[in-house]
Design a binder for this molecule. Structure first.
Ligand SMILES: [Zn+2]
Length: 434
């Protein structure tokens, strides 16, 4: 006799397992935080489930993985648009960030969690300031996250002088080391804000704690020029000389790479997060994702922060990614729907080093999954679920969400976040930036 805490039935299951198996009329059983059964409803013997969720012929799929965010920047959404990266950062974002505090980050991150759960994301990878408060918000929301404090060579409104950033990061690692949903990375901001000394020390800290090292890399042409002028080498070679290219490194953006640099990243086992909408909005360029995938690099997809996107909806990000690479290559077969959907699920999990427990729906993996309502005009009829998810579905089509076995959204109602009072607080915090 099979008994479950939660049983989800009556849906097409997109597993994202090794064979990309689809299960029509599928059921998924969950016990505690894990998936304990997956199969067709007619094969399921005796059922005893504490809670049954009817997917109503919809899609049951792995929760989406947002590989790169600055979650609390939801509170800067629309503050400064239509500017180049350096002007945007130096004249608008960095001055605004000098006014933030722990309450700002907690509130902004919780708002980000609400937006991400409502649009199908169950895991995100974050870099920001006051990241301990971001972790508290994430924990409260029930989301899974890999997060870390932004480290750089100037004073931080959170930890003060640069050297304190390391001790703050170490405190975060210790505080969250046994947490089931939150883990901590070491996160030097970028090559243009971090000295070689800081970068080396950050890498040593990451290796000592077996934590990922996360950085913005080769995001703009200006960055490449500046690093080449200052250090005599392009960004990837600069990091290589510092001994930092390795399998613990997750590099966000990687827009400006030549074929030798792609090969070097691949040889060293570096993982990459692609952020197409942010790269488009800041006119940073188009990352060579096809070439990176062909060379065997694990590539995930992210939204980046809300100030450069300006939303955290991975459904629209997938649509953009698929179309952007077709127009770049003038090849409509480039970046097909399944490839893009993989970047937002199992390949994204690989890029974050989490594929042993999330990214696909399989027995033994953590129960991180969402249900999509397809009983809608823009999703009727359905020939190919991957096509629908990448080209037709919207974040608002997600109806239920379970993270680590916990139901966090049911019938589009958030169960862990009081959205009305949160939005009122966000509006009141925004007044300090007007
Ligand atoms: Zn970023």
């Amino acid at each position: 006799m099979l008994s479950f805490d939660v049983l989800i039935k009556n849906g097409t299951i997109i597993t994202m397992d090794r064979k990309n198996s689809l299960i029509v009329n599928g059921v998924i059983g969950i016990n505690g935080d894990s998936i304990t059964y997956i199969g067709q409803e007619e094969n399921l013997q005796l059922i005893n489930a504490s809670r049954v969720i009817d997917a109503q012929d919809g899609i049951i799929m792995p929760g989406l993985i947002n590989g790169h965010t600055h979650a609390a920047m939801t509170l800067f959404r629309g503050l400064a648009d239509d500017l180049p990266l350096m002007e945007w950062l130096n004249n608008y974002i960095f001055p605004a960030e000098s006014k933030i505090d722990s309450d700002f980050v907690y509130t902004g991150t919780l708002l980000a969690c609400a937006e991400m759960i409502l649009s199908g994301t169950t895991t995100f990878c974050d870099m920001y300031l006051f990241e301990g408060d971001a972790a508290n918000a994430c924990k409260e929301a029930g989301m899974r996250s890999l997060m870390g404090e932004a480290l750089y060579d100037f004073n931080s409104p959170n930890y003060g002088s640069p050297e304190n950033g390391f001790s703050y990061t170490e405190l975060l690692i210790k505080r969250w080391q046994d947490d089931p949903v939150i883990s901590i990375a070491v996160e030097p901001h970028s090559l243009f804000t971090c000295s070689p000394k800081l970068l080396r020390e950050a890498n040593e800290l990451a290796l000592r704690h077996q934590a990922p090292l996360i950085i913005h890399l080769a995001e703009t042409e200006d960055e490449s020029k500046y690093i080449e002028k200052t250090f005599g080498k392009r960004p990837v070679y600069h990091l290589d000389e510092l001994g930092i290219l390795g399998p613990n490194l997750i590099a966000c953006h990687c827009v400006h790479l030549n074929s030798e640099e792609i090969k070097l990243l691949s040889d060293k086992g570096v993982r990459v997060i692609h952020n197409p909408e942010s790269n488009m909005k800041l006119a940073s360029g188009i990352a060579p994702v096809n070439e990176m995938l062909s060379s065997g690099i694990k590539v995930g997809i992210g939204t980046d922060g809300c100030a450069s996107n300006n939303d955290l909806d991975l459904m629209s990000e997938m649509d953009t990614a698929a179309k952007l690479h077709k127009i770049k290559t003038m090849d409509p077969t480039a970046m097909d729907a399944l490839t893009v959907f993989k970047m937002a699920t199992i390949e994204g999990a690989k890029a974050l080093g989490m594929d042993s427990f999330i990214g696909s729906l399989e027995v033994g993996k953590k129960a991180d999954l969402v249900v999509i309502d397809i009983n809608k005009p823009h999703l009727t009829p359905m020939y190919n679920p991957y096509s629908h998810l990448v080209y037709s579905a919207r974040g608002s089509d997600v109806v239920h969400s379970i993270i680590n076995g916990q139901l966090v959204m049911y019938d589009r109602k958030l169960l862990t976040i009081n959205i009305q009072s949160l939005m009122e607080k966000a509006n009141s915090l925004a007044k300090r930036f007007i």
